[in-house]
Ligand binder design. Sequence first.
Ligand SMILES: Cc1cc2nc3c(=O)[nH]c(=O)nc-3n(C[C@H](O)[C@H](O)[C@H](O)COP(=O)(O)O)c2cc1C
Length: 228
Amino acid sequence: MAKNSNAFEEEYGLSEHQKGKEMKGLGKNIDHMDVEPGILYFGTPVVLISSLGRDGKVNLSPMSSAWALGHCVVLGLAMNGKTYENLEATRELTLNFPDRSMWESVESLAQLTGKNPVPPSKAGRYSFESDKFNVANLTAVESDIVHPPLVGECPIQMEATVQHIYALSEDNLGAAIVEVSVVKIHADKDIALDMNHIDPLKWKPLIYSFRHYFSLGEQLGKTFKSET
Ligand SMILES: Cc1cc2nc3c(=O)[nH]c(=O)nc-3n(C[C@H](O)[C@H](O)[C@H](O)COP(=O)(O)O)c2cc1C
């Protein structure tokens, strides 16, 4: 929620002219209307996370609240899920990035949980499934470093370990931020340009935007730092 103007000024010590509302000469935002979408999923890649419970059983779940900086990847995960439980307990995972051809396989997992019994917050809408690889018709492949398997069909696969788990300040969401460190990366030979570069013209990620699946359109350009 937006802070009221006085509290904002007290907290951040902004002078009058730095406060957007008092700035002179600003245009009016007339082409926009106020909206209140229930979710703010503005378009991020789908990731299939594989993880293990303390009993050694594998779980596989789609998620999309993820971003990367260097070799750190940050995940937003609901705490009522099996994936969260597993990451807290065994602290290893694989991040598997499906391409555009795999959306139906991903969606076949959407109403499943590895939690048994199904948590009350998911009752009636989700069901327990112990073998999600089988349901999604995906192949579990051995990882090099961590114990959870990779998803063979995903063109980009990462092995990772949990570094930190942070509580979200909006704790009514029942979600947490899980920071993971990528320790090994595998790329399908068809999309790897060489040892150090993925070919962005060939890699077609599956994008989840406001609860619909998309992929990328044509290339528009590239940044000055691009090496390819
Ligand atoms: C495309 C897609 C994206 C999702 N993104 C997230 C996410 O970012 N974080 C999350 O906690 N759940 C996400 N979910 C929901 C979980 O997949 C769902 O809660 C699932 O039951 C979790 O399974 P688990 O309990 O076995 O871990 C997503 C689901 C789909 C289909």
